[in-house]
Design a protein around this ligand. Sequence first.
Ligand code: SF4
Ligand code: FES
Length: 253
Amino acid sequence: MDTPLPAQPAAPALPVTAPETAAPAGPHPVERACSAWLEVRFDGNRCIHARQCVTGAPATFLADVEGPWIRPAMTPLQDLIAVIRNCPSGALSYRRLDGGAPEQAPPVNLLSVRENGPYAVRARIVLDRDETTPVAPIATAIGYRATLCRCGHSRRKPFCDNSHRRIGFEATGEPISGNTAALAVRDGPLEISPQIDGPLEIRGALEIISGTGRTVERCTSATLCRCGASRNKPFCDDSHLRIGFRSTHEASP
Ligand code: SF4
Ligand code: FES
């Protein structure tokens, strides 16, 4: 039987997950699960199955179960918030129901180059073209965490959908370091503009780091490869022209 944790206010009898009414940007409905003090939201369209949730808070995020799988009351509040903030894709987010402060933007904008995988971004992200929807481009704040395709094969560009595994993408997460001079400002909005059939144009203070956390570049703008073919990864070298990269969603590899 589920028992409320002792150091917390009384928990609801059974936390629930339920589809959200607003249409999500993808085939999966956004799920919500509430305790007395926190609403947890899960957008399966963004999840890359990195499993930080099911290993960081296994009493709350249940793996391999049918039906409701998020039980917010079963993990101490601050621990649960820390696990949610550790979700690299932004699939998990939360809303405080107890009057506590919402998630804050990170103090330093970071883009991590994952070995054989996507870019993992932590910043106040403004995406100015969401290729998962047919609507006209519009700058949209999408939160503080996102994983972005860099293999060129995601069917949910610009977001990662784990296609790098499907195609056996190989690209180091340890590119050589370039200009690492300190930035005067390290935070603020980070505007990401996916170019049609081309790279990610990024504007704003940014520290690019390797998969192990080494500083690769500090900059205020960058043009990053997302076709998977650059010989100067993570930067674009116009190889997308050479390979005929198409950023429209493909039906097969
Ligand atoms: S991406 Fe987020 S929601 Fe998906 S498995 Fe990882 S931590 Fe969990
Ligand atoms: S997007 Fe890959 S080289 Fe330009």
